[in-house]
Design a protein around this ligand. Structure first.
Ligand code: PMP
Length: 396
């Protein structure tokens, strides 16, 4: 190893470890369901994005197994050579149906979807108005585009309007985009899409919504754009196939000409091997399940409401969540980490989230209940929350 690399790695790793910021990963020994096993111990899992429990759904597993028997395990090439299987075409038709758009394009992950789509349409002559709490993949996609990034305060529509006006009046930019998460994963709040659309119309902004945490969850499962009935007003409906849909991948749904452009200009579509066939078939089947029935969605919300009510009754500060994502805001970083650690020892896996992921002094333990949790599991979790909360003086 080069001496320069060695000292770079050693110095930086030491600094992280000294500051307690090196994230030691503990593997889950088995499926990532409502109960997970770590180091041989069963834990109530409140930290997965598997909102509808589809990651371990029996019907989807069967679809994946049968698809492997027919198609094998890999797509064999990038989409534009001969990696586009008939399964990918069916998936994209299903995505367009699911989102109520003319067309859709899929990618290998939600993260590379944002990198791909933003940088395919925006360039150095453009500007992007980006919510201050947008996901890392949006930030990286914006950076990759080389457009001017103008952050607006989180969900602050006055700030957005002022910055949109200033950007237009500067005359510096050919195109201007406004980009936001649909559901913010740290607090569970929903973007103010009707106001964003109004501002976008006034200033001719391109609209881009990353609904990673909304698809399958809001809008009766169809997402946050549908929740507000804005399917005709949002240009880019982006989402992941790895959270509520339970598999892996990302997508953009929108107008045919936009999808046509992404197919010739977004680099992961052109230069990275297509999603594997079994995943594609399982995703398509999962989307059909959501189109056919709201049962899983309804169960998710029932569980979310149940957990929220229980935590609130115990006296926890659960913030302003409008979705099943339920933070327990503790405040001080060390106490937040201690709280999460004690929950783990008692049998609840709920990760702590602290600065720099959230603002200093707003450390939290974030709970992500799913449709697959039973009420008994949530009751067990609440008993542990009460015990640890009292022990650490967080609740009375
Ligand atoms: N956008 C948002 C808002 C996300 O939370 C995530 C996942 N953490 C992504 C994009 C990336 O999605 P994926 O995990 O499917 O790559």
């Amino acid at each position: 190893m080069s001496k320069a690399l060695h000292s770079f790695l050693e110095e930086n790793l030491k600094e992280l470890r000294d500051q307690g910021l090196y994230n030691e990963i503990e593997p889950v020994e088995g499926p990532n369901g409502p109960i997970i096993k770590i180091k041989g111990k069963n834990l109530i899992n409140l930290s997965a994005n598997n909102y509808l429990g589809l990651a371990t759904n029996a019907q989807l597993k069967e679809v994946a197994k049968q698809t492997i028997d027919v198609y094998g395990v890999g797509a064999g090439a990038v989409r534009t050579i001969n990696g586009t299987l008939d399964l990918h075409v069916k998936l994209e038709e299903k995505l367009a149906e699911f989102k109520g758009t003319e067309a859709a394009i899929s990618y290998q992950s939600g993260f590379n979807c944002n990198m791909a789509a933003i940088s395919a349409v925006m360039d150095k002559n453009d500007a992007i108005l980006s919510d201050a709490l947008n996901h890392a993949s949006i930030i990286d996609g914006c950076r990759l585009s080389k457009a001017k990034i103008i952050a607006f305060n989180h969900s602050d529509m006055t700030d957005l309007r002022n910055k949109a006006q200033a950007a237009v009046e500067s005359g510096l930019y050919k195109k201007i985009m406004v980009i936001t998460d649909g559901v913010f994963s740290m607090d569970g709040d929903i973007a103010k899409l009707p106001e964003i659309v109004e501002i976008a119309k006034e200033f001719d902004l391109i609209t881009y919504v990353d609904d990673a945490h909304g698809s399958g969850v809001t809008g009766k499962g169809m997402g946050t754009v549908k929740h507000f009935g804005l399917q005709n007003d949002i240009d880019f409906q982006m989402g992941t196939l790895s959270k509520a849909i339970g598999v892996v991948g990302g997508y953009v749904a929108g107008k045919q000409n936009m999808i046509d452009w992404l197919k010739v200009r977004s680099r992961p579509f052109l230069f990275s091997t297509a999603l594997p066939p079994a995943d594609v078939a399982a995703i398509t089947a999962a989307l059909q399940m959501l189109i056919d029935s709201t049962e899983l969605h309804d169960q998710l919300w029932e569980n979310g409401d149940y957990l929220k009510a229980g935590l609130k009754k115990l006296g926890f500060n659960i913030g302003n969540s409008e979705t099943p994502i339920t933070p327990c805001i503790i405040g001080e970083e060390k106490l937040t980490q201690q709280f999460s650690r004690r929950l783990l020892e008692e049998g609840v896996y709920a990760k702590s989230i602290v600065f720099p992921t959230v603002q200093k002094g707003t450390g939290r333990v974030r709970n992500m209940p799913s449709a697959a949790h039973t009420q008994a599991m949530l009751d067990d979790a609440l008993v542990i929350y009460e015990k640890v909360g009292k022990e650490l003086g967080i609740i009375n």
